[in-house]
Write a protein that binds this ligand. Structure first.
Ligand SMILES: [Zn+2]
Ligand SMILES: [Zn+2]
Length: 360
């Protein structure tokens, strides 16, 4: 029997995996996380419930007497905590202050209306050189690795007077993922459930990352990016590319057809002048795609590119998006978050196929 309704489990990312053959992962996660940013009935209660659960699980698995499987559980809880922080930030609510601990010292209060480049802030936290290597809340942001964005035009921090970042992200996901899936789901090359599961296995988050990288490199709003850039997206997702986390079952045909459709849908919507797509600055669009990568990825705890190219820039560069406490936890459980541990990721990687000045 064919289901007429999509699974809530998939939309709300209730598990840290996606094997959904109904949507091939196109509707996974982002719908539920964006819904939480709205003051719709029950969303605040659900947010609190998820926050409580993430906190309880973190403490439970942080308990040093527990030896088995705690690494995986801790990683999952940190990722959920980061997503909940992003939800609260998108709602325009100040993050609660970090409770100062003797080790960490006093943390200056950060408010959304101070939004700016966190990396530019001065480190005012007292540090004791005798303490073990453990980032303070202030230094946590500095240690977080991943590509650093060029200084893009326009303010990117919500609340925006003209555009809600959540609305922009939703419009992008509707165009790039939901509509693309609707258009293609009856195609014979997507009939095999294994191919659908392969698509659900990090295709959409990888596509959002590639789009974020594209906009970031071009430093242009979406409507000004040349249509030839589609080939760059394909190169970024090509199996074998370091940034590609795609399932080996995905053939070039499936990847090409899906990207062709997604790109065409985006161009059509931009040409139609959809305000939720065209009003954003390039910086807002990069952040929206990064948010979508974090929200749609079934398990960023196992998808390093999502951590390095989406979680890290949001946590490090956007004041108030991720709490200091969550940043510390990221550094605690993911070694690759730290710049000098994996220097090759610190500066990001250039977009393949993009001509560098002076290059042949
Ligand atoms: Zn689904
Ligand atoms: Zn992923």
């Amino acid at each position: 029997m064919v289901r007429s309704q999509h699974y809530k489990n998939c939309e709300e990312a209730r598990l840290h995996q996606c094997r959904c053959t109904w949507c091939g992962g196109a509707l996974h996660g982002w719908i539920g996380w964006i819904d939480l940013t709205r003051e719709a009935q029950g969303s605040s209660e659900r947010e609190e419930e998820l926050r409580d659960r993430a906190e309880t699980e973190w403490k439970r698995y942080k308990d040093p007497s527990r030896r088995r499987r705690r690494r995986r559980q801790l990683r999952e809880q940190v990722v959920d905590r980061v997503r909940l922080d992003l939800v609260r930030w998108l709602k325009g609510r100040p993050q609660p202050d970090l409770v100062p601990s003797p080790r960490l010292g006093q943390t200056p209060r950060r408010r959304l209306d101070d939004a700016g480049d966190e990396s530019a802030s001065t480190n005012t936290t007292a540090t004791d050189p005798n303490l073990p290597r453990q980032p303070t809340p202030e230094s946590a942001a500095e240690h977080i690795g991943g590509p650093r964005l060029p200084d893009l035009q326009g303010a990117g921090s919500p609340p925006s007077t003209s555009l809600s970042l959540a609305d922009h992200a939703e419009a992008l996901a509707d165009t790039v993922a939901r509509k693309t899936w609707d258009d293609l789901k009856d195609e014979p090359y997507l009939a095999d459930p294994e191919v659908r599961r392969a698509l659900a296995n990090h295709f959409w988050c990888s596509l959002f990352l590639a789009l974020a990288q594209l906009v970031s490199e071009f430093q242009e709003t979406l409507d000004k990016i040349p249509s030839t850039a589609k080939s760059t997206i394909k190169e970024l997702l090509r199996p074998g590319n370091r940034n590609s986390g795609l399932d080996a079952l995905l053939t070039d045909l499936v990847i090409d057809k899906t990207i062709d459709q997604a790109w065409s849908n985006l161009q059509t919507a931009l040409t139609a002048g959809s305000p939720l797509l065209t009003m954003a600055t390039s910086k807002q669009t990069v952040q929206a795609f990064q948010l979508l990568a974090v929200f749609s990825c079934p398990n960023p705890d196992k998808h390093q590119a999502v951590r390095l190219q989406a979680i890290n820039p949001l946590a490090r560069d956007v004041a108030g998006a991720v709490t200091d406490e969550a940043k510390e936890r990221l550094l605690d459980v993911f070694q690759d978050q730290i710049d000098d541990a994996r220097p090759e990721f610190a500066a990001g990687s250039p977009v393949p196929g993009r001509r560098v000045a002076g290059a042949p």
